[in-house]
Design a protein around this ligand. Structure first.
Ligand code: PLP
Length: 504
């Protein structure tokens, strides 16, 4: 069966695809990442330290080929001996592997830290424990009333079988209208309602990808995206997102080198960095993806969480007609609705519908009616929820500045969390484990890395009332004290036994 995404360039998987190119980092970007090492004495040590941090942080993803020693001398203004010695140090410490013919590739000394430890299990949280593993809020006011109105509308659906494989028509229309309001012409026929965005990604993966396909994915990114793509057999090609957004020169190179089947992007208040891709970058990236024959798969789950406002940004699909967009009510309305959607390119919904039926035969009717009710009142984020998130964010920022000033983070215009850089003496994994002992669950940076690293980064969602955010930071500060003093033995009973890892 074809993918049905006719008209787009299709790669035919393992048989005819060109040999996969090892991802590379350019000499120019490497120089930007390491800074002015030429001024340090000894320069080779400064270069080795800076590269080690960049690999450990995930700014140079594991598996990426570094520039040749000769190529790096010019942009860094150092001698070839300096680069050679720095690379030797990295090789000895396990951060670089050199093989004849494939150059020097970034590695990590021990097994990848993707999963990290601590704070990954929001289920069964013991009383008094603050759970910041989920970047999601409680239900907004009005949900019960929306359910009551939906129940009143339910009888008109009861004479049918209830298998609405495409979705409830009124909801599909409300979703299409929301796209039109955001500047993207869309009809209800382009929309497939799913049981949330992750389920939507599963549908898209089944429709579009075959085992062995190369798929570009941002690094860091939402962990369940990585898991879903790996489950689909994709070979992932990381596209680095810096704390302040995308380096478009680098992104273009990654996209061209990967020549992937698809690229999964979160351009709107990216999880976990919160970065918002500006329109001109969207246009550039869309052009690069089109040239590479790569289908953009755009996860807009957080797109409505524009807290501060600012110049409106067009949906990515307005720049890329072939884009498949995934949306969700989980952040704008409530995660408990388990309702999301996929917006297909014009006329390309059918393969998505065919792919969905191997997973489920439709989303629950009642929840779709509830979301239609909620969207009628407030198609995007409600003003009350916006105010709550802004207050929680302000409390988090102030508490960090007071209590943990050595933790640095940019405050993005929107989104649900801050992506915090820890000082060099704090590992995010160790901090998350110690925080658990203090009754705080957080997801450590490596959980958001495609292939390990990011252990100096911590995601802190601002989704609880301000007092809880302040208390969370106090617990984090106590945990940092434990890590620094080596007192990190876990207390028993902080939370019940975890059932399965989950980060939202
Ligand atoms: C980028 C992104 N996609 C998807 C999800 C999950 O969405 P859903 O609850 O609709 O499955 C999240 C939740 O945090 C997210 O941040």
């Amino acid at each position: 069966m074809g993918t049905g995404f006719e008209g787009q360039s299709c790669h035919s998987g393992l048989v005819t695809a060109p040999a996969p190119a090892t991802p590379t980092v350019s000499a120019a970007r490497t120089a930007r990442l390491v800074g002015d090492v030429a001024a340090s004495r000894p320069a080779y040590r400064a270069l080795a330290d800076a590269l080690r941090l960049a690999v450990a942080d995930g700014r140079i993803p594991v598996g990426t080929r570094l520039p040749s020693e000769r190529d790096l001398t010019g942009p860094l203004g150092v001698s070839r001996t300096t680069v050679t010695r720095a690379y030797d140090v990295l090789r000895e410490s396990g951060y670089l592997t050199s093989r004849r013919g494939s150059g020097s590739v970034a590695t990590l000394p021990s097994a990848p830290l993707r999963r990290g430890t601590g704070g990954l299990y929001p289920a069964d949280v013991a009383e008094g424990v603050i759970d910041l593993t989920c970047a999601a809020t409680r239900a907004p006011a009005g949900v019960v009333e929306a359910y009551e109105r939906a129940v009143e509308r339910l009888p008109s659906y009861l004479s049918g079988a209830g298998y609405l494989t495409h979705g409830v028509p009124d909801l599909r229309e409300a979703i299409a209208q929301r796209y039109r309001d955001r500047g993207l012409p869309t009809s209800a026929d382009d929309v497939l309602v799913t049981s949330g965005a992750v389920a939507g990604l599963g549908v898209v993966a089944r429709a579009l990808m075959r085992p062995g396909d190369r798929v570009v994915v941002e690094d860091p990114t939402y962990p369940n995206t990585v898991d879903a793509l790996r489950a689909a057999g994709a070979r992932l090609r990381p596209l680095v997102v810096d704390p302040d957004g995308w380096d478009l020169d680098e992104a273009e190179r990654t996209v061209e080198a990967a020549a992937g089947r698809a690229a999964v992007l979160i351009p709107d208040f990216h999880n976990p960095t919160g970065a918002l891709m500006p329109d001109e970058q969207r246009a550039r990236l869309a052009r690069a993806l089109t040239a590479a024959g790569t289908t953009p798969v755009v996860d807009e789950t957080i797109a409505e969480i524009d807290l501060d406002g600012g110049p409106p940004v067009l949906p990515f699909a307005a720049h890329a007609a072939a884009a498949v967009t995934i949306g969700s009510a989980s952040k704008s309305h409530w995660g408990g609705l388990r309702t999301g959607w996929v917006r297909a390119p014009r006329g390309a919904l059918r393969p998505l519908v065919e792919a969905r039926v191997s997973g489920d035969l439709g989303a629950p009717v009642l929840e779709q009616l509830v979301l239609a009710e909620l969207m009628q009142r407030s198609p995007g984020l409600t003003p009350e929820r916006r105010d709550d998130l802004v207050a929680a964010r302000a409390a988090l920022v102030a508490a960090l500045a007071d209590t943990l000033p050595e933790v640095r983070c940019l405050v993005p215009r929107g989104g649900l969390s801050l992506w915090c850089e820890l000082p060099a003496d704090l590992s995010s994994t160790a901090l998350a484990a110690a925080a658990e002992d203090e009754g705080l669950l957080v997801a450590a940076g490596p959980r958001f890395a495609v292939d390990g690293g990011l252990d100096r980064w911590l995601r802190l969602p601002h989704v609880l009332p301000p007092a809880s955010m302040v208390e969370a930071v106090h617990r984090l500060a106590r945990a940092a004290g434990r890590v620094r003093s080596g007192r990190t033995v876990a207390r028993r009973g902080t939370r019940a036994r975890p059932r399965r890892p989950l980060v939202a």
